[in-house]
Design a protein around this ligand. Structure first.
Ligand SMILES: Cc1cc2nc3c(=O)[nH]c(=O)nc-3n(C[C@H](O)[C@H](O)[C@H](O)COP(=O)(O)OP(=O)(O)OC[C@H]3O[C@@H](n4cnc5c(N)ncnc54)[C@H](O)[C@@H]3O)c2cc1C
Length: 496
């Protein structure tokens, strides 16, 4: 292993991953490390990645970022979850919120009470017992006001990069602009020693973070770390993205609409709407996908639609020798549950925790790689679930998703829920039981049983219990302002 002290950190790539890493390391290691970032204006960034999940708050908190300032800078809006249209079947919709439905009672989840209530004809739809779902569908939002909503953001990806760059440069990060032509390595150890730019300049360092996007210039091309594709489970391999003008106040949720061979996202920002079609190129041509997307956007198209190819899968290692890969260089599942920026955040914080300031050591590498892999396997299963458990028989794409083999870990989760109403969940997994329950019920997986403890509650008591929860949810939503009004008061951005 490399026993030298780490004094200089070099980040290759200046997309969301590169600047998140640069900002966080500069804030926390600025005193003990020289930090440089190399990016190429000519290559640019992937330019998508605009929906997030709640833990992003924490990342900003660790960097002392003011929330209104951040939201103004990125033309941000709030996100309470995802509205899934036509996923279960054509014309059938559900909401996957960041909140918890109902109230837990003792040892069993609320879904057990709801299932019994449903059998007895006492229960409303599951989402009506969830504050975040009800607020989202009524376009309401607030922070504070005695109501704690679990929320995330919609952000402009380009502006977020600029915002983070400001933090990083202010904290001492040196930016080098130019195309990396050669990754220099120590012939004996294979450790990376520097990045040679097209101009001839050599940016040397002791430790490197590969944030070069799908290229994986350091981790893949120089260090030869292989890639495991998930194409047998996740069939989408392409996306077309297009921004449109605003036609209505922004909804506090992402819209995900399933189509014949993929799905469409709609992400409302303050200054525009981000749209995209994620699709399988084996089932749809680019022209078909583009036409379907343009037929289904609202508002004037603001730029030429952009095609992005990707391969769902992951690197076999995320940390190898003196290099850690973050962002798309480390792999990509697909954007359905907006997990990619979160994985960058986790990668950055994990590397901060394990940072090898006294020299690279094998146990730290093993820990980083194992924890990252566990996290990704869990997210992978959650995403596959959306595709696999569907009731659509209208196209080959959906039939193939339904009949494909799935990972054993996911089969176990599905069967446990189907047969018992219980959720398989391990501490530390990103998607907590409330996420699984909402999506499992939403996709049409209704358990055969509920927990027998629920029968201890009489029918009248159960009816009152459910009605009380619903009433409280409604009362709290009534008190919330509209999403647009809250944005105007809290974080209105200047005109773009
Ligand atoms: C269709 C799609 C939709 C997505 N939606 C979401 C979403 O809603 N939510 C979410 O969390 N994530 C989403 N993602 C993922 C998200 O976009 C990325 O995780 C995020 O943008 C980080 O990208 P990156 O920084 O790894 O790569 P990039 O943005 O591609 O940045 C790569 C950087 O490396 C530089 N570079 C590359 N080669 C060289 C070279 N030779 N020399 C110098 N510099 C070089 C580039 O100039 C650039 O600065 C989506 C991804 C796709 C494909």
């Amino acid at each position: 292993m490399h026993n030298g002290r780490i004094r200089k950190l070099v980040i290759a790539g200046g997309g969301t991953a590169g600047w998140m890493a640069a900002a966080m390391f500069a804030r926390h290691f600025g005193e003990i490390l020289d930090i440089a970032l190399v990016e190429s204006d000519e290559i640019g960034t992937v330019g998508v990645g605009e929906a997030t999940i709640p833990p992003l708050h924490l990342f900003h908190k660790y960097m002392n970022v003011s929330e209104p300032e951040f939201l103004r800078a990125v033309q941000g809006t709030f996100k309470l979850g995802i509205f899934f249209e036509n996923w279960r079947n054509l014309g059938e919709n559900y909401f996957g919120s960041f909140g918890w439905a109902g109230r837990e009672r003792w040892a069993v989840g609320f879904q057990n009470y709801w299932l019994r209530g449903r059998r007895l004809g006492l229960a409303r739809s599951y989402g009506e017992y969830c504050l975040e779902t009800s607020a989202a569908l009524r376009n309401r939002f607030a922070i504070g006001l005695h109501t704690v909503l679990n929320y995330a953001y919609h952000i402009d990806a380009g502006l977020y990069g600029q915002f983070l760059r400001g933090i990083a440069e202010e904290s001492g990060v040196i930016r080098h602009e130019g195309r990396i032509e050669q990754v220099e390595q120590d012939p004996a150890s294979g450790f990376i020693t520097g990045l040679r730019l097209q101009s001839g300049q050599l940016v040397t360092g002791d430790f490197f973070i590969d944030c070069t996007g799908f290229r994986g210039l350091l981790i893949g091309q120089a260090l030869n770390v292989g890639f495991d594709g998930y194409g047998d489970w996740l069939h989408c391999d392409s996306a077309i993205a297009v921004p449109t003008a605003i036609t209505a106040p922004p909804s506090p949720y992402t819209r995900s609409t399933a189509h014949e061979a993929g799905w469409q996202w709609r992400i409302p920002l303050q200054h525009r709407v981000g749209n995209g079609m994620v699709f399988s190129s084996r089932h749809w041509s680019d022209d078909e996908a583009r036409a379907r997307l343009l037929d289904n956007v609202q508002g004037a198209v603001l730029a030429e639609p952009r095609l992005i190819r990707f391969r769902a899968g992951q690197r076999r290692k995320y940390w190898h020798k003196n290099c850690v890969a973050l962002g798309l260089a480390s792999g990509f599942l697909e954007p359905l549950e907006s997990t990619s920026i979160h994985l960058i955040q986790r990668g950055v914080t994990r590397l901060v925790e394990l940072f090898p300031e006294r020299g690279v050591r094998e146990p730290a590498i093993a820990e980083f790689n194992a924890k990252t892999q566990d996290e990704i396997d869990n997210i992978r299963d959650f995403i596959i679930f959306h595709y696999h458990v569907n009731g659509r028989s209208d196209t080959p794409f959906w039939r193939q998703c339904r009949t494909m083999d799935i990972p054993d870990s996911l089969t176990h989760r599905i069967e446990l829920f189907r047969q018992t109403g219980r959720i398989a969940w391990n501490p530390g997994e990103l998607f907590a039981t409330n996420f699984w329950v909402q999506v499992m019920l939403g996709q049409g997986l209704i358990p055969e049983q509920y927990h027998p403890i629920v029968n201890a509650m009489g029918k009248d008591e159960l009816g009152k219990y459910l009605a009380d929860i619903h009433r409280q949810v409604e009362e709290r939503v009534d008190q919330l302002p509209g999403h647009q009004q809250f944005i105007d008061d809290y974080c209105k951005a200047p005109p773009a």
